[in-house]
Design a protein around this ligand. Sequence first.
Ligand code: PBG
Length: 334
Amino acid sequence: MANSSHKLALRRRPRRLRATEAIRRLIEEHVLNVSDLVAPIFCKESGPQEEIESMPGVFRHNPADAVRLALDLYEAGVPGVALFPCIPEEKKDAKGSAALDPAGLIPRVVREIKARGAGLLVIADVALDPYTDHGHDGVWNAETGEIENDPTVFVLCEMARILGEAGVDFVAPSDMMDGRIAAIRVSLDAAELERVGILAYAVKFASAFYGPFRDAIGSRRGKGYLDKRSYQLNPANLREGLLEAQLDEEEGADILMVKPAGPYLDVISNVRARTLLPVAAYQVSGEYAQIIAAAGKGWLDLEAAYRESLLAIKRAGADLIFTYFAPLFAGIKL
Ligand code: PBG
């Protein structure tokens, strides 16, 4: 039994603020809302939905199903979707030519979503990796083995214009080429697409956590890890990442994104502190896969773990979060 001799003369007892559910709710600093989330959607040309092996609970959808899912997400409160294509191998080539087809998979899905007139925000990636047979985000010079910066930017400008004409609200360059934000802005404006925003993958690291995504779009090459270190950032470098964010802001980006999210919370909070623009974070495929796999083994509580992972990203300073957990959070059955 405690008696007075066990009492400490404490002036500060922080636990008073954690004693009841009511006080805990009142002093809560951050809340995760469905309106913070962007749902990535993988699209394919046709056929029934296919589950992505390394991302249980995430599927590739044919255009009609992708449109329906996008509209269902919007109904359930998710304000935005980000579309990614998985195209057949035979449509891929070294230059990623299929990215410039105005009748291609993504422009088609965008047009169909927009034809329904919903207020949903539609974001499309601008990068060549879903379309190249080597899986790189840019034009690959077979002689030097280099991913060529300026020729890639020219293609990305075209791609952004085509996506803008199809009706996207934001293009999201995820390629990490130099100077692409300014060039894409000029290209959009020249086509009278001033309304189209640029969500820049400004601080994108060469991360091992993209592995399952590459399965999803069919760009994983063999068992080895596709080396994108000549354009994506070294995970060891914070300052270099902040410089990239600053350059993308100067070049005219509307939103700055940090990617991956969970392992890079320090980067998110540093970008947040330095810009007045909205900051986005992408909780990538490998972050999703880790939680799902551990929960599947009964080692983690799925609900608690995924919500905590997203809340931490928000606390670090992200205004919006791309996450494969968006349908689950919004209560959508796939
Ligand atoms: C490609 C792109 C990638 C992701 C989004 N756009 C992969 C990569 O850079 O290799 C990753 C998303 C994820 O892992 O969930 N431009």
